[in-house]
Design a protein. Sequence first.
Length: 135
Amino acid sequence: MAEEWTHNEDAGEWLHFFYKEGRIRTPVRISRSALETCFHSAAGESLVNIYVAHVEVIHDKVRARLRAGERFTAEAPLSLFASDFEDRRQAMYVDLVPPQMIEQTAQELDGKFTAEQLEAVASWMRKRVVSSTRR
């Protein structure tokens, strides 16, 4: 299994590539959001570099979708979004903060905000960090 590159828009919202297994080539695109928020990446890092550093995890998701029997074309490629890597993203952030600090903060915030509100704040903070480093 290998990939063939068709990217030329690293500055765009999608990174495109072909996943190849045997003689079958599957067009795939992965969103900028998935690459930037679900993998440890430096702000402004090339999408290609993020992809290369995490190729096995990304290909695991592609293989899982292909095993499900879905078929894809150039007009309707297999699309990977941040939500496809939610399990990885959650585990990644837990590893960055000591469990005691998470517990203490969770107790302080308990009842003050809903989980959805906290996710919205976290999303806003991540976007702010990314946009401020691109200036």
